[in-house]
Design a protein around this ligand. Structure first.
Ligand SMILES: C[S@@+](CC[C@H](N)C(=O)[O-])C[C@H]1O[C@@H](n2cnc3c(N)ncnc32)[C@H](O)[C@@H]1O
Length: 232
């Protein structure tokens, strides 16, 4: 079984109860909602904007995004795992949202629509081996001034290895923890954001156990259309 197939299997198993179990992510009491709000605020969205939620899972960000883009905006949720998207589709139907569309795709091969206002990814990008390429592809699709925001977990700088393993064991498949820690994907994400975006920022959250990486595309191929006039 390939790494990607294993990942899909893992999330197929998690999908049904993800909305409940993710509240304990990565540990009970972890300020996940506060971090999500911070990430959405960092997108600087206005009503009418178009935003891609990369690796959206069951769509836990959709309500927060809806509040800022409004019914005239557009949300495109992308995820690799069919079962996670099925839960996201349930959420869309239950809430009667007609401005949310879903795409089943690998982030690495996703063709971002041109001229979008923003891209968000929460608690997912460090699982994507090609995260730097995804950031580069996304950055090129943003309109001038468009925002890329990544929120994810990391290992705090001074954490002993055994403690970090214990902490991450609750959320990652056991066999993958060592690999994730050794790969230090948050460093590749930080470097890619610095390379691709005009004003990259990096904020460590909750004792360095998470990070918020953000930046804007400088004025470029798509100019800086007012939000709401981007790709529809
Ligand atoms: C921990 S969940 C996070 C879901 C959601 N972003 C959230 O904040 O609740 C990780 C998600 O990333 C998705 N994922 C992992 N690798 C991916 C990839 N290469 N392309 C697209 N989605 C991916 C998984 O299917 C899963 O839904």
């Amino acid at each position: 079984m390939s790494t990607q197939e294993r990942l899909i299997e893992t999330y197929r198993k998690k999908a049904k109860y993800y909305d409940v179990t993710s509240r304990l992510y990565p540990a009970p009491g972890y300020p996940q909602r506060t971090q999500r709000l911070q990430a959405v605020r960092a997108l600087r969205l206005r009503p009418g904007a178009t935003v891609v939620d990369m690796a959206c899972g069951t769509g836990l960000n959709f309500r927060l995004l809806q509040k800022v883009v409004g019914p005239g905006g557009r949300i495109i949720g992308v995820d690799l795992t069919d079962a996670m998207l099925a839960r996201a589709q349930d959420r869309i139907k239950t809430n009667g949202w007609s401005n949310v569309s879903l795409v089943q795709a690998d982030a690495a091969g996703f063709d971002f629509p041109a001229g979008i206002n923003a891209i968000l990814s929460t608690y997912a990008m460090t699982q994507v081996p090609e995260c730097a390429e995804v950031i580069a592809h996304g950055a090129k699709a943003l309109c001038g001034g468009g925002r890329w925001v990544v929120l994810d977990l990391k290992v705090p700088g001074s954490t002993p290895r055994w403690l970090a393993q214990l902490g991450t064991a609750t959320v990652r498949p056991f066999a993958a923890i060592d690999q994730w820690m050794m790969r230090r994907p948050w460093e590749a994400i930080r470097a890619a954001m610095e390379e691709e975006l005009a004003d990259p920022s990096w904020t460590e959250l909750f004792g360095g156990t998470a990070f918020l990486a953000a930046g804007s595309r400088g004025p470029g191929a798509f100019g800086a259309p007012p939000q709401g006039s981007a790709h529809q």
